[in-house]
Write a protein that binds this ligand. Sequence first.
Ligand SMILES: Cc1cc2nc3c(=O)[nH]c(=O)nc-3n(C[C@H](O)[C@H](O)[C@H](O)COP(=O)(O)O)c2cc1C
Length: 210
Amino acid sequence: MTVNVIKSLQWRYAVKQFSTDVINDGQVQALLTATRLSASSFGLQPYRLLIVKSTEIRQQLLAYSMGQDKVLNSSHLIVFATQTNLGDEIVHAYIDQVSKVRGIPSEELQDLTDQIKGSLAAKTPQQKNAWAKNQTYLALGNFLTCAAIMGIDACPMEGFNAEGYDNVLGLADKALTTAVICPIGTRHEDDPFARMPKIRFDAEKMVLTF
Ligand SMILES: Cc1cc2nc3c(=O)[nH]c(=O)nc-3n(C[C@H](O)[C@H](O)[C@H](O)COP(=O)(O)O)c2cc1C
């Protein structure tokens, strides 16, 4: 098992050129289910996963993607969007879910509610954004690993204009903002990056034992 995970992580790379192959919806949904299972601080999952299939929308997004046409020329574009309304409302949504899934009356969850609300209230708006973005990137990491294990190619991307993405996708109305994006699909056989050895620092440099 360990060997297989390492093999999958060696196989994956940040794809520069995708083929025209389309990943079936079942595979995409499975990948997003795996991503939804990501850990997050307090379990609040302060982000949403957007699947952009529409060619027309992707064409519009291309204008805000620093010329990286893989946002258009790939199977699906996944947008990881962070919630911007980090306050009592999202805490209540979470507590309602705990109550429903675990069958606990919400009155019995008052201490937990107060603890989470207090933790969020103690943060400045900038700290809240940074905290939410951290959770979003954790999901991105999980997404990339699961995609690799499933044999789905991907390219995480920060090379885009978040304001442009937010406008095209109408995210302000949904209290969301684009954090990071990731086209997925199948690598093009001509993508030279597929054959390049991985650049990683040696274990002795990266892993410190105390
Ligand atoms: C958060 C993040 C943002 C990235 N942004 C881009 C990008 O905009 N365009 C791109 O081609 N690669 C992007 N990359 C890919 C990295 O350059 C790549 O992961 C790194 O060089 C390691 O190579 P590998 O993923 O192929 O093993 C990004 C990676 C991460 C994790």
